[in-house]
Design a protein around this ligand. Structure first.
Ligand SMILES: Nc1ncnc2c1ncn2[C@@H]1O[C@H](COP(=O)(O)OP(=O)(O)O)[C@@H](O)[C@H]1O
Ligand SMILES: [Mg+2]
Length: 249
């Protein structure tokens, strides 16, 4: 079998007496959505932070595309293609969807003589930005200010930015949060296709979305993975039902 895109081995992280990540091993393979579920405080966000590089693990290994990325900073990991959307959006709301993507692409290229030329006239920014909007189905919304996009469309725009920056895997921490049922359904349909672009590690509380999308599910409880398996395996796992789904075993 091909090497996983992302491979986490024996990761540990404590905050004082709280063991937030207690020897977590899991991987993410090309083309899949791997959902990470578990009760509040289980350590899901802490795990995502360690993969993205915003929190340093105490021990363990994080391999991405065959490389140990444990000592790299957030920006270096992003440059290698680790894409992340943030709970707090980093979009410029007054600017159009297209301009947001173009500015991100420009920012990633570092300083140059570009500022002599208006950003919006720069074909070397505009073409990859439009291509990214097309890949997420937002091409027809390119001229709309980010502020006027729906909640779900803003998530799609953030993902377009990640794609334009060359993301090879996505880390999504509760992308459905704050959405109504219609928004969740639209985002579910979108994520369903997105796995073709790059595999997704998906932290999500919306179990309907998780069961509809996940190729595999890992269940995290008190910083430990208590089970990994298909939707059917997880739904029928008595330990999981007791510990998380709130049903007697
Ligand atoms: N920066 C921090 N400092 C201290 N404790 C933290 C910090 N971040 C998370 N924790 C603790 O680690 C545990 C896991 O939290 P978190 O990863 O946010 O869980 P989840 O995302 O699954 O709800 C919790 O007990 C939380 O209180
Ligand atoms: Mg969380």
């Amino acid at each position: 079998m091909a090497e996983p895109v992302l491979d986490i081995r024996s990761l540990k992280k404590s905050f004082g007496a709280v063991v937030a990540t207690d020897g977590v091993s899991l991987d993410l393979r090309e083309g899949e959505i791997h959902a990470l579920i578990g009760p509040n405080g289980a350590g899901k966000s802490t795990l995502i932070h360690q993969i993205a590089g915003t929190i340093r693990p105490d021990s363990g290994e994080i391999r991405f595309l065959g490389q140990d990325i444990g000592t790299l900073g957030v920006a270096e990991r992003a440059r290698l293609g680790l894409g992340r959307t943030f709970q707090v959006s980093s979009l410029a709301h007054e600017f159009s969807a297209l301009r947001n993507v173009m500015l991100a692409v420009q920012g990633s290229q570092g300083s140059s003589f570009r500022f002599f030329r208006p950003v919006m006239d720069d074909a070397s920014l505009k073409e990859p930005a439009m291509a990214a909007l097309e890949r997420v189905g937002l091409a027809n919304r390119a001229g709309i200010p980010a502020a006027e996009l729906s909640h779900g469309e803003r998530r799609q725009l953030e993902i377009a930015i990640a794609l334009a920056l060359g993301s090879r895997a996505f880390l999504l921490d509760e992308p459905m949060a704050g959405m109504g049922p219609e928004g969740s359904q639209a985002l579910t349909a979108f994520l369903d296709g997105l796995r073709q672009e790059a595999p997704i590690l998906l932290v999500e509380h919306d179990m309907e979305a998780v069961f509809a999308l996940a190729d595999r599910i890992s269940v995290l409880v008190y910083g430990r993975v208590i089970a990994t398996g298909s939707v059917e395996e997880i739904r029928n796992n008595p330990t999981v039902r007791e510990a998380y789904l709130g049903e007697p075993a």
